[in-house]
Design a protein around this ligand. Structure first.
Ligand code: SF4
Length: 292
C-alpha cells in the first residue's frame, strides 16, 4: 500500500519525562537495580526497555518493606508521606519530580495556608487517584476537593472563598469551562467574585500541544496517536486529534494497527502523548512505510 507518512516532530517526551529517564539511565549505567515508585511513564514499550536495564516498578505498599535501597521518584511527584517512609526505612532517593510539579506543590501549600485563615476551599481540577493529584492533595493533608468534571462542583460551597489549581496535564478548554461555571455559581449563590481565584497550572508543554495537534490532525487523512492506555494526558490529546480528524486511532504499538484503516495514497500523521518516546513514533512510521 502506498502511504505518505509524517511523524510529528513536536510529539515525544516532555521535558520532565526526558529529565527523569535520563537520571534513571545514568544511575543504571553504574548499578544493577533501581526501584521506581510507580511507572516512570505510562508506556509499556518504554517500561519494558527500562525493565531490561534493571528498573523495577514498586508500589507505596512495597516501599514500606524495603530497607537501605535506592528509590526513584518520577516526574509526577509524591506526597510528603512517601518521603517520610523513605526516611524511616533509610531509602536513598533519586528525586525526579518535575520542577513544574514541584512549583505547583509549593503554590498549593501557600494558597492553602491563606485559605484556612478565611474559611476557604481548595479545589484541584484533576483525576482522582492520579499520581500527580495524590502528590498535590498530600501537600494539604488531603483537605482539597478534587474536581474531575462539572458534576463534581456539587461538593463546593460557593458562598465561601475558593481557589482552584489544575493538574498539569489537563485539557485547557475543560479547565476554562469549569472556571466559568464556578463564576456563575458564585454569582448565583450571592458570593463575591473577588473571593474566587483561578490558577491555570496546566503545563505549557501540554497546553501548547492542543492547538498544534489540531492543525496536524487536519493536515492528514489518517492519524495514529501512540500512547499507553493508562496515560491521562494521552487520552486527552487523543480526543483533541479525534475531534479534528474522525479517522484518528489510538494505539500502544504497531501490533494494534489494522490495514483496513488505510486507503492507497492516504497521508498518515503519527503523533503521541508527553509519555510516548520518539523512537516508538518512528517505529510506527517505519512499519507503515515498510510493512503495510
Ligand atoms: S507535562 Fe509538564 S509538568 Fe508534567 S512532567 Fe512534563 S514538563 Fe513536567
Amino acid at each position: 500500500m502506498e502511504l505518505r507518512v509524517e511523524v510529528d516532530t513536536k510529539s515525544g517526551f516532555c521535558y520532565g519525562v526526558v529529565r527523569a529517564i535520563k537520571e534513571a539511565e545514568v544511575f543504571l549505567d553504574g548499578n544493577e537495580k533501581l526501584y521506581s515508585l510507580g511507572s516512570i511513564v505510562h508506556n509499556n514499550t518504554e517500561l519494558s526497555r527500562l525493565r531490561k536495564r534493571g528498573m523495577e516498578v514498586v508500589t507505596h505498599k512495597d516501599i514500606e518493606q524495603l530497607k537501605n535501597s535506592v528509590i526513584f521518584i518520577r516526574a509526577h511527584g509524591e506526597p510528603p508521606s512517601s518521603y517520610e517512609i523513605a526516611a524511616r526505612n533509610n531509602l536513598k532517593l533519586i528525586d525526579c519530580t518535575c520542577p513544574v510539579v514541584l512549583k505547583l506543590q509549593e503554590r498549593i501549600k501557600d494558597s492553602y495556608t491563606k485559605l484556612r485563615r478565611v474559611n476557604g476551599q481548595l479545589l484541584i481540577f484533576g483525576k482522582q487517584g492520579h499520581a500527580e493529584v495524590n502528590g498535590l492533595v498530600g501537600q494539604v493533608e488531603g483537605d482539597a476537593i478534587i474536581i474531575e468534571n462539572i458534576q463534581d462542583l456539587i461538593k463546593v460551597d460557593f458562598t465561601r472563598p475558593i481557589s482552584i489549581f489544575s493538574q498539569t496535564t489537563k485539557d485547557p478548554q475543560e479547565y476554562k469551562e469549569i472556571c466559568d461555571m464556578i463564576r456563575e455559581k458564585v454569582v448565583m449563590a450571592g458570593g463575591l467574585l473577588d473571593n474566587f481565584k483561578s490558577h491555570n497550572t496546566i503545563c505549557g508543554q501540554v497546553s501548547s500541544r492542543h492547538p498544534h495537534l489540531k492543525e496536524f490532525s487536519k493536515k492528514h487523512s489518517v492519524i495514529l496517536f501512540v500512547t499507553g492506555k493508562e496515560s491521562s494526558n494521552g487520552k486527552i490529546l487523543y480526543e483533541c486529534c479525534k475531534t479534528a480528524n474522525p479517522r484518528s486511532y489510538s494505539i500502544e504499538s504497531t501490533d494494534e494497527i489494522h490495514r483496513e484503516w488505510f486507503m492507497d495514497g492516504d497521508s498518515v500523521g503519527v503523533c503521541g502523548a508527553t509519555s510516548t518516546p520518539m523512537w516508538l513514533l518512528e517505529d510506527v512510521a517505519h512499519f507503515l512505510t515498510d510493512k503495510l
